[in-house]
Design a protein around this ligand. Structure first.
Ligand SMILES: Nc1ncnc2c1ncn2[C@@H]1O[C@H](COP(=O)(O)OP(=O)(O)O)[C@@H](O)[C@H]1O
Ligand SMILES: [Mg+2]
Length: 133
């Protein structure tokens, strides 16, 4: 399996492709079905945000396979408008679209590590990591 891969997000269908690829990688590296579903939901939320709020971006996947740590990172990168107030969007209830995954606070809960970097008019990079237990 490739250690790195990505899906460009431009059309709504690309969200499905990212979700599918991410779930396949998760299954291959040994996540159980519940974690596979969590990962797929997190990917959908991140990809939908790129689709809704930016012109283009990508969802990248990296397999982490160290001696004591196995997992995957999901990295959402775009060159959109950026998120002005990160602490505000991370509050529960801020999410506007009412998706299944409850927006970015939902993504944070679904993974083990979560980090957002965003710059006005330059874009946003969100890194999420899930460890196989
Ligand atoms: N990649 C992004 N680029 C720019 N703005 C974003 C991005 N992702 C999220 N946002 C902003 O953050 C808000 C909160 O996102 P989210 O928690 O996913 O909730 P929702 O998409 O339901 O509004 C969005 O309404 C949008 O204004
Ligand atoms: Mg959203």
């Amino acid at each position: 399996m490739d250690l790195q891969s990505f899906v460009t997000i431009q059309k709504e269908w690309d969200i499905v492709a990212a979700r599918q690829l991410g779930r396949d990688i998760a299954r291959k590296i040994g996540f159980g079905t519940v974690d596979q579903a969590r990962i797929a939901t997190a990917i959908s939320e991140l990809a939908r945000n790129i689709y809704l709020y930016t012109d283009t971006g990508k969802i990248c996947f990296e397999v982490i396979d160290n001696i004591d740590h196995k997992g995957m990172s999901i990295i959402s990168v775009d060159s959109g408008p950026g998120i002005k107030d990160i602490s505000q969007v991370m509050e529960d209830g801020y999410s506007t679209s009412g998706g299944l995954g409850a927006g970015l606070p939902g993504v944070k809960r679904l993974v083990d590590e979560f980090d957002i970097r965003s710059e006005d008019d330059k874009g946003t990079e969100i890194r999420a990591i899930k460890w196989v237990r």
